[in-house]
Ligand binder design. Structure first.
Ligand SMILES: [Zn+2]
Length: 223
C-alpha cells in the first residue's frame, strides 16, 4: 500500500513538473488552469488527476474527443516509478525527492526548448548543500574519477558538441551521490542516447539531459 501511495505522489510531482516545463516562461504555472489544446475548454479537477484521468477518459478530451498526447502519461508513470522507492512520509527522503524531481523538470525543459533557465538550478543547489552537510565528503581519490570526464566534456563544450547544462548536471550527480555513480550514469546515458539515435534517427540536435537523468535512474535501480 505504501509503495502505491509513494508511486502516486511521485506521479503527481512528475505531472506538476510537466506543467511547469510546458508553461514556463509564458504562462502562470501555479494558478493558471489547464485547458484542452484543441477545443480550449478549461479542464475540471477530475480531468487532471495524474494517470487516472487519462485512463478514465480513454486518452481523449472529455469535450471534443481529441486524443491527449501519451507523453504526459509516460512522464507521470516514469516519475511515479522513479520516486516510488523513496518514502514521502520520511522527511529525510525529501532531499533526494527534490533532487530527482528537479532533474526531471530540467530534462523536460531540455526536451522542450533545448535549454533551461539558470534559476531552475537553485533547488538542485539547495539539495546539494543539505546532502553534503549531512554526509561526509569524498576523499581526493574519488574526486580524481571526475577529471577525465570533466576534461572531455569541457573540450566537447568548446567544440559546441555538448551543453554546459549537461556538465553542471553531471557534477551535481557526482556531488549528490558519488563520482563513481555520476560516471556510471553518464555511461548508461550515452548508451541510451546511441540506442535512441539508431532507433529514431532524429534530425538535428538531441537534448542530452534526459539521457543522463535516465542513466541515473537505471544506475539507482542497479544499485
Ligand atoms: Zn478538447
Amino acid at each position: 500500500m505504501i509503495y502505491f501511495v509513494n508511486f502516486y505522489l511521485g506521479a503527481c510531482l512528475a505531472s506538476f513538473m510537466a506543467v511547469i516545463a510546458d508553461r514556463y516562461p509564458d504562462q502562470n504555472f501555479i494558478w493558471g488552469r489547464s485547458y484542452c489544446f484543441n477545443c480550449q475548454h478549461q479542464l475540471a479537477w477530475r480531468d487532471e488527476l495524474p494517470i487516472f484521468s487519462f485512463l478514465l477518459l480513454k486518452g481523449r478530451c472529455r469535450f471534443c474527443q481529441q486524443l491527449i498526447p501519451k507523453t504526459l502519461l509516460i512522464v507521470e508513470i516514469c516519475g511515479g516509478l522513479v520516486l516510488s522507492h523513496l518514502n514521502f512520509f520520511d522527511i529525510s527522503a525529501w532531499v533526494e525527492i527534490l533532487f530527482l524531481t528537479s532533474l526531471l523538470l530540467l530534462s523536460l525543459m531540455d526536451i522542450k526548448q533545448h535549454y533551461f533557465d539558470i534559476i531552475w538550478l537553485s533547488p538542485i543547489v539547495l539539495t546539494l548543500i543539505f546532502r553534503r552537510i549531512s554526509a561526509p565528503f569524498f576523499d581526493w581519490q574519488d574526486c580524481l574519477q571526475l577529471v577525465p570526464i570533466v576534461g572531455a566534456m569541457v573540450i566537447s563544450i568548446l567544440l559546441g558538441k555538448f551543453g554546459q547544462g549537461d556538465l553542471l548536471i553531471y557534477l551535481a550527480i557526482a556531488l549528490f551521490y558519488h563520482p563513481a555513480r555520476a560516471n556510471f550514469s553518464l555511461l548508461l546515458g550515452c548508451l541510451l542516447c546511441i540506442i535512441w539515435a539508431f532507433w529514431k534517427k532524429p534530425k538535428g540536435e538531441l537534448p542530452f539531459l534526459p539521457f543522463i537523468t535516465s542513466g541515473l535512474v537505471l544506475a539507482l535501480f542497479f544499485s
